[in-house]
Write a protein that binds this ligand. Structure first.
Ligand SMILES: Cc1cc2nc3c(=O)[nH]c(=O)nc-3n(C[C@H](O)[C@H](O)[C@H](O)COP(=O)(O)O)c2cc1C
Length: 342
């Protein structure tokens, strides 16, 4: 089964919302590597947005779209107000998170608990849809705790669809609310990608995006052949260079920047631009630690970019040091190979 590159779903390749990770700087970086992926913000709660510093939460760079704002909340009026802000700020989508298992958010009666209240999710979606012309989408899991029945997630999707949601991003594992940390909840409950394929065949008129544990090209091609899109999270963050491969797999297209050096240099120009608004380069560099993964000298390169003692240096100088560390390591490797060859 091979992927169908002719599909033009806007959700064909997505980078997952990840708290503390996919901030605007991370998204700018990912955009350099994948011109067409749909990017997601970190989850923002309705409370933080409605009572907080809206520009600080919502501003993004012109390069970032297509871009979705992910919201956490369970009050239809508040979610509608946040969706209006998303529209006003220029986001391409408002996404409601029903798939997170953090105890902090469970207490707030939203996120994964919402899967047990499909009627409420339907009302939230309807209120958001009535407020804005943007796509309103839902990210969810396939079950809660030990409920393994397909009927649970099928009925959830059917009910939420009645509210006007036609795009479902499915993290294909259950959320276990009893005692597993959010991190373990992304690792321990077994993945069941087939469930998403089954949802797609039961609701062919709607868009389904498969999420969870996708890394390798054959896996991605298989899911693209039986659903509308894939969403990658941790793999995109830890090994961002592979976004180029995934982009090629999803769209059969090439990125404009084809070398790691070019991407690093572009990030330095971006750091210089952000410095004028008072953002230290360290806040940006932390997201590109995976750029050299697998290259000789990658560890030394990372050590330079994460050395906070260098924070007063201009980022261009830090890049020079990092690249020297990389090439020192490379020439050490070459010398060893030469010595062995001799
Ligand atoms: C550090 C971290 C933070 C996350 N934060 C969010 C979040 O804010 N909203 C959300 O819907 N999912 C969040 N997730 C879950 C991811 O979006 C994704 O569903 C999950 O990691 C599975 O995909 P993966 O196996 O490709 O990483 C987070 C995951 C990680 C690793």
């Amino acid at each position: 089964m091979s992927a169908n590159p002719a599909s033009t779903s806007p959700w064909r390749l997505c980078v997952a919302p990840m708290m503390d990770w996919t901030d605007r700087h991370c998204r700018y970086f990912h955009r350099l590597l994948s011109p067409r992926a749909r990017l997601y913000t970190e989850m923002l709660t309705t409370g933080a947005l409605l009572h907080g510093d809206v520009p600080r939460h919502l501003d993004f760079s012109a390069e970032e779209p297509p871009l979705a704002l992910q919201l956490g909340g369970s009050d239809p009026h508040e979610l509608a107000a946040c969706a209006r802000l998303a529209l006003r700020w220029g986001y391409d989508e408002a996404n409601l998170n029903c798939g997170c298992s953090s105890p902090r958010v469970q207490r707030g009666a939203f996120d994964v608990c919402l899967m047990a209240e499909p009627g409420l999710v339907r009302d939230c979606v309807r209120a958001m849809r009535d407020a804005v012309s943007l796509p309103v989408t839902v990210k969810h899991r396939i079950g809660v705790d030990r409920i393994e029945s397909y009927a649970f997630v099928r009925d959830f999707v059917g009910t939420v669809g009645e509210g006007g949601c036609s795009v479902f991003i499915v993290h294909a594992r259950n959320a276990w609310l009893d005692g597993l940390s959010p991190k373990r909840n992304r690792e321990v409950p077994p993945l069941r990608h087939d469930t998403v394929a089954r949802l797609k065949s039961d609701f062919p008129q709607w868009t389904f995006v498969v999420n969870g544990g996708l890394v390798e090209r054959p896996q991605i091609e298989r899911e693209l052949a039986r659903a509308d899109g894939v969403m990658l999270g941790r793999a995109a963050y830890h090994d961002p260079w592979r976004l180029i491969e995934w982009e090629g797999c999803a769209f059969a297209s090439e990125p404009p920047l084809r070398s790691r050096d070019a991407v690093e240099a572009q990030m330095v120009r971006y750091m210089e631009r952000c410095e004028r608004d008072g953002t230290p380069w360290t806040a940006i560099a932390r997201h590109m630690m995976g750029l050299r993964l697998g290259e000789p000298g990658a560890r030394r390169w990372r050590q330079v970019w994460s050395d906070h003692r260098l924070r007063e240096l201009p980022p261009r100088d830090v890049m020079q040091r990092a690249q020297s560390a990389l090439s020192a390591d490379t020439s050490a490797c070459t010398a060893t190979v030469d010595a062995v060859a001799d």
